[in-house]
Design a binder for this molecule. Sequence first.
Ligand code: ADP
Ligand code: GN1
Ligand code: MG
Length: 365
Amino acid sequence: MTGVNPDVFSIASHFRLSSQPETFSECTVGHINSTYFIYCEDGGKYVLQRINTSVFKDPDVLMHNIAGVTSHIRKKLFEEGADEERGTLQFCETNDSKQYFRDSNGDCWRIYRFIDNVLNLQSANSTEVFRKVGNAFGHFQKQLSDYDVSLLFETIPDFHNTVSRYNDLLTAVNKNAAGRLAGVREELDFVVKRKKTCAYITDKIASGMIPVRVTHNDTKLNNILLDEKTLEPVCVIDLDTIMPGSVLYDFGDAIRFGASNAAEDETDLQKVFIRTEMFEAFADGFITGIEHSLTKEEIHDLPMGAIVITLETGIRFLTDYLNGDTYFRIRYPEHNLDRARNQFRLVRDMENKLPELKKIVEKFI
Ligand code: ADP
Ligand code: GN1
Ligand code: MG
């Protein structure tokens, strides 16, 4: 991690920080925003982020959502007697009391207080830790269960609408913008065969079979900070996609990333499979954390949630590959294709294990 962006200090000068920034480093975790850690003369630490405005088109709406949700969570932390400083994200305002700064290029920047003595994991290596992570995401969900949904804007319309993600893929196929279509026939075939699966959650929401809640929508393991010594969850971060949604999204996304035996871009597909013991640990923690307030239908559908969200993520990677890598940050030209293949392999494995996964969740009903 090296500091390369020469504008960091000048951007930081527009914010009310504890003292003068001395050094900074670039954070390479995360596919969407650009993140820098700033270290000040007095020991103060901050997280500077360039908001990806081609993904989040309206930064005002984005910051409105995060401000509302974090102050709600802060109240809950106070009531619970928990750590209000470390338990949720806190902004630093700009010198003119705004929540973000727009520079002369039109780029939008925000600063969070740095939460210290934490780490984030790229893969779950113990059921004990992953159970706690499940518990923390479940608790987060519970904390927001009385948040007024009407206060939330949709920061990315149809974010987890898997049917529209499927249609986006077909549009990308028709355009073939990057000329890569010939190389993805097998992957397309895999998706087309699962067209019906794409409608699984959307249909259930539309018919009222599963409720709409306030959901995080991006519950990968690296979006939760853990205490570096105890590995206890400290703070759920990356709140850009908090929107009305289904609990199946949050459960499913956490499983596809954390319960997989391999990273989401592992190319040795033999290594890509769902670890059922991790699935069970997360499910246990999540259902306990949400204080057993899931409906029977929701619990029953948790395994399908994991399949649909993994399929959806694969579809999104494949779409981006066909579009010429305009959305996700990549490290090499075939990165999105490798990610898509990986996700599809995981889908296939979960489909094979579906009876076993269903048996696991039935225990929690
Ligand atoms: P992206 O949307 O690109 O994933 P994130 O908001 O998840 O961006 O931030 C990227 C990374 O920066 C996180 O995975 C985490 O390691 C680090 N990070 C973000 N906010 C904080 C914070 N307040 N304190 C400490 N580290 C943070
Ligand atoms: C992105 O921002 P990050 O890296 O936490 C993406 C998620 C995907 C994920 C795949 C806003 O998450 O939806 O599931 O990559 N976030 C956005 O790793 O699109
Ligand atoms: Mg993130």
